[in-house]
Design a protein around this ligand. Structure first.
Ligand code: APR
Ligand code: ZN
Length: 366
């Protein structure tokens, strides 16, 4: 099959047509990919040394149609429309059994093939790493059943794909991780594909003020006209902390950093909190990134700083929820997708993303 392969960090994606995908094992689902999103994290992995095993097929934001299922698979049949999610879970540990699959103790091994077993993905007989248990920049994916969920046929494939990462991560950070409640004030720093979802998650949860912070006027406009931000702050023109504190009589209950890799914006998230508020690290952080903040402020301001991964999602519940809200017209997925591309346009599309021009490109033709 055809896929985009990364062999060396910093290289462009190479389009190859000679990859092999194994037949489904007992717990696996073979999926014909219909849409695959260009998430920032794949680009980050392709361009930053973080210890990812290479060569690899990246991509993890995928929707498609089930072709074939393994003997132990429950709840999937050929023809079903599915979304992949990298937040896989074993289904057997105490966390999974108590309804917190997002905290699975066996992540990610719980949905990987055992060491020594044949690789799901090979090239010329050699194993290729399956990034995030998905490897979505490809014509087909072979997923563990706990890395996929069935969705209604009437959600278009690109809109469905983005549920798998951008939406669960963004909206989930507000709804699940923070548990925003009616009347609370929220600030979101960074209004890209993920941050816009944090904004609409907070609005959906009933926040009073939802303050969008970015340095690009186009993102701020999108945030307020399409995703429910009540106020915008252009951090290129004004001090974001001061502006947010002024808008809220002294700070927000929840501040989300949704950029990644900039220690200063993380500090800003903490500094714009009201007493008792919490700041959330949503943006991906390089291993070398460090924070030096006065510990006493956390004590006397009774504030907290918390890392959240994939929006604390129990995705088998959350993805069908967002899909239904979308079909009801209460959740915006259409404006998250800026354009659809072919697999072989992946390098130029990522260059555009790095330049800050697009929210989400979706591969819809392979
Ligand atoms: N202050 C405010 N906003 C900023 C700043 C800054 N100093 N620097 C950049 N931004 C804005 C950009 O203008 C852009 O709109 O942050 C936004 C980042 O959006 P994207 O690049 O589209 O990234 P996105 O896909 O939303 O992902 C954000 O979340 O899950 C993680 O891995 C993901 O680290 C990434 C982060
Ligand atoms: Zn992602």
């Amino acid at each position: 099959m055809k896929a985009a392969v990364i062999t060396t960090v910093g290289d462009a994606f190479a389009i190859r047509d000679d990859l092999e995908l194994d037949r489904p094992g007992a717990d696996e689902v073979l999926v014909d990919v219909k849409a695959s999103g260009l998430c920032h994290s794949d680009y980050y992995v392709a361009t930053t040394e973080i210890g990812q095993s290479l060569p690899a097929v990246l991509g993890h934001e995928v929707s498609g149609v089930v072709i074939e299922v393994g003997a132990n698979v429950v709840g999937f049949a050929a023809g079903d429309h599915v979304v992949a999610c990298l937040a896989g879970f074993c289904g057997r540990c105490d966390r999974c059994l108590s309804g917190r699959s997002n905290l699975c103790r066996n992540y990610p091994a719980g949905t990987q093939r055992s060491p020594g077993d044949r690789s799901r993905l090979t090239l010329g007989g050699e194993a290729i790493a399956q990034f995030s248990e998905v490897s979505g920049f490809a014509e087909r994916v072979l997923l563990h059943q706990n890395n996929a969920v069935v969705i209604p046929h009437d959600v278009p494939f690109p809109q469905a794909a983005i549920l798998g990462c951008g939406v669960t991560t963004g909206a989930g950070s507000a709804i699940r991780s923070a548990g925003v409640r009616v009347g609370e004030d929220v600030a979101v720093i960074g209004c890209g594909g993920v941050g816009l979802n944090t904004i609409q998650g907070a609005a959906l949860a009933g926040a009073r003020k939802v303050i969008a912070v970015d340095i690009q006027p186009t993102k701020l406009e999108l945030a307020s006209t399409k995703f429910g931000a009540t106020h915008t702050v252009n951090a290129a023109d004004q001090d974001a902390v001061e502006a947010v504190r002024e808008l809220t009589a002294g700070g927000v209950d929840h501040a989300f950093e949704v950029i990644g890799g900039i220690p200063r914006t993380l500090e800003q998230a903490v500094e714009m909190l009201a007493p008792g508020g919490t700041a959330y690290i949503v943006g991906a952080q390089p291993p070398t990134s460090a924070l030096a903040m006065p510990a006493a402020n956390f004590l006397f301001q009774k504030t907290g700083l918390r890392g959240v991964f994939m929006g604390s999602t129990n995705f088998k519940v959350d993805i069908p929820l967002y899909a239904e809200l979308y079909l009801q017209g209460r959740f915006n997925l259409d404006d998250l997708i800026s354009r659809t591309i072919r697999l072989d346009e992946i390098n130029e599309a990522y260059a555009d993303l790095a330049g800050g021009n697009v929210a989400r490109s979706m591969i819809t033709s392979f």
